[in-house]
Design a protein around this ligand. Structure first.
Ligand SMILES: C[S@@+](CC[C@H](N)C(=O)[O-])C[C@H]1O[C@@H](n2cnc3c(N)ncnc32)[C@H](O)[C@@H]1O
Length: 416
């Protein structure tokens, strides 16, 4: 029932994070299972809806009932061996929500789903959006932007995300942290000087050293930012879109920099403060709009800027499956214009010779390559620095890391 409430909230336009934050007090003891089911249902949304359209051609007017049908069908598909339990629990939940009539409908829908399984599979196979579990416009964009890789990107978008950790180098090393995890029965592989990829996800409460600030949860792709920005002790560094602070904390762990973490959301800025406190890091925090430096800038230029701008999140869609269903095609152009305004404003506060790392967790060119090329064309004092020999670094999602895009821009030393 709770998973259905969360799914209904998303179909009404709310993000899954916001829905769960609102519901958190009322969530039952099996909160993790509820979350899993809601995520699973949203990952598979198009496929589930295609099946439902065959079974119940006219969607129910009541969003909560339609969501309960979705969640029940999703669970039935995911766990065919537990079908008996799924049907009985779903019918009970339907009765509680809509009386005997809705209970009867639920029973009929699930029994029919079992009986007409082959027909439903054929309907899904014939519909690309349902089969690949992404909206058609999203698939079109992936295909246009990544002619060779689009199907793999979509498949990763439907997978369970990996869980990676960052070791706080001020408090431990990758080897020592891996040994502590192994002693706690948690398997992990080292990646570089700070990364650990867990063999399987695990609650942070089980991670030795998490509460003490030895470890943070951070995707391996996101961990690329700190090294790419090339920070050194004493530099003035701005993290312009910083919440919840993952990359800001990494920058502070990497070097003794004077870091300002900015975010336009006061509530999200509090999460930066919580992370600085847990990790014992000395960053400063400001609430403000990165596109309006006059409101928060003290007039002293920054040597390094991280612009981890708001974006479609198309590279991390397996972590935020609601994004596939909440976004509309026109949103991409809106993100691009927001990103453009932020980049142009931040360029003003970068010192001559300073570097700005542009970052997104998107795989769409309009927010990545096209955005940076247009910026460089607008700013003659911008030089694009190579990343591993390429003009930029486009990480497509894999089993090990999420999708990220990075471009490093340097301001001419003689810029006004
Ligand atoms: C991709 S997230 C940043 C993730 C963060 N860098 C990390 O590694 O933990 C983007 C952030 O930008 C913030 N944001 C969006 N628009 C902004 C703006 N105009 N000025 C400042 N922050 C903004 C959002 O609140 C969000 O926290």
């Amino acid at each position: 029932m709770d998973a259905a409430r969360a799914v209904a909230a998303v179909t009404a336009g709310e993000t899954l994070d916001d829905a769960f934050a609102r519901m958190s007090d009322g969530l039952s003891d099996n909160g993790a299972a509820v979350r899993d089911l809601a995520y699973q249902c949203l990952r598979a949304h198009a496929g589930i809806d295609r099946r439902l359209a065959v079974l119940v051609p006219k969607p129910l007017r009541e969003a909560d009932r339609q969501a309960l049908l979705r969640v029940a069908l999703c669970r039935l598909e995911a766990r065919p061996d537990g079908a008996h339990t799924t049907v009985s629990q779903a019918v009970d939940a339907a009765r509680a929500l809509g009386g005997d009539r809705f209970g009867g409908l639920m029973n009929a829908v699930l029994r029919n789903a079992q009986r007409r399984h082959a027909e439903l599979e054929a309907a899904v196979a014939a519909d690309e959006a349902a089969r690949l579990q992404h909206p058609a416009w999203w698939l079109d964009r992936l295909r246009a932007d990544h002619p060779d890789d689009w199907a793999g990107i979509a498949a990763q978008g439907n997978s369970h995300p990996p869980m990676a950790l960052r070791v706080n180098r001020r408090r431990s090393t990758v080897d020592a942290a891996a040994a502590a995890l192994a002693a706690a029965g948690i398997g992990a592989q080292a990646h570089g000087t700070t990364g650990l990829l867990l063999d399987k996800p695990c609650p942070v409460s089980r991670l030795p050293g998490f509460a003490e600030g030895v470890l943070s949860v951070q995707d391996l792709g996101a961990q690329g930012a700190a090294a790419l920005l090339d920070v050194a002790a004493g530099q003035r560094v701005l993290d312009a879109c910083a919440a919840p602070g993952g990359k800001a904390c990494h920058l502070l762990e990497a070097a003794d920099v004077d870091l300002l973490a900015l975010d336009h959301s006061e509530a999200r800025a509090q999460r930066i403060a919580d992370n600085f406190a847990r990790l014992g890091l000395p960053g400063r925090i400001a609430v403000g709009d990165a596109a309006r430096p006059d409101d928060w800038w003290d007039g002293r230029p920054f040597d390094r800027i991280l612009a981890d701008v708001p974006c479609s999140a198309s590279g991390v869609v397996r972590r935020h499956p609601d994004a596939k269903w909440l976004r509309r095609p026109k949103d991409i152009a809106q993100f691009a214009s927001q990103q453009r305004a932020i980049l142009d404003a931040l360029w003003r506060v970068l010192a001559p010779g300073g570097k700005l790392l542009y970052a997104t967790c998107s795989v769409f060119r309009a927010e990545n390559q096209d955005q940076v090329a247009a910026f460089a064309a607008r700013h003659p004092d911008c030089r694009r620095l190579t990343l591993s020999g390429a003009p930029d670094l486009s990480l497509l999602p894999t089993a090990e890391h999420d999708g990220f895009y990075y471009a490093l821009l340097q301001k001419a030393a003689d810029a006004a």
